[in-house]
Design a protein around this ligand. Sequence first.
Ligand code: FES
Length: 177
Amino acid sequence: MSLIEGEEEHIRTSVAGVLHDHEAARENLIPILLQVQEELGYLPALAMEQIAAALQVPAVDIYGLATFYNQFRLHPPGKHQVKVCMGTACYMVGGRIALECFERRLEISEGETTPDRKFSLERVACVGCCTMAPVVVVDEQVEGRVTPTRVDGILLSYETEDQTETAAAEQKEEDLS
Ligand code: FES
């Protein structure tokens, strides 16, 4: 995923700060990665390279570790985080189909973020609303009985909301100038 303006500098500064808090030793790798992820929201390739250089370990080892443990995310969180429940109740009544619909509509796979960073998509375990299965949570909003025909409408409501926000911000800027 390509970096947005100013992000490279932000990553370098954040990682440098985290490395400053830890002794540059291989056994500190997991705590370092966790702290970097906490600060940045994910583990960018650039951060892993910077950590590899500081700890003098091959970058490929760090990448392998980050992909092995599923608490690490390699893609930035989207502005809207779509979480599709894959708990048993949801899976049995179409959770997998709902996930595939979101993947097709957003043109990304689960675990990824759209290039414009508006949406990220992930699968989650039971979110505790099994009677509404299949369930999808977008940001904090729980959507129940998500059939394929509802996927477009759900995404559209967030896209419209974003467009309204952008238009309002542009109008405000225009009013101030
Ligand atoms: S299995 Fe999906 S909410 Fe429980």
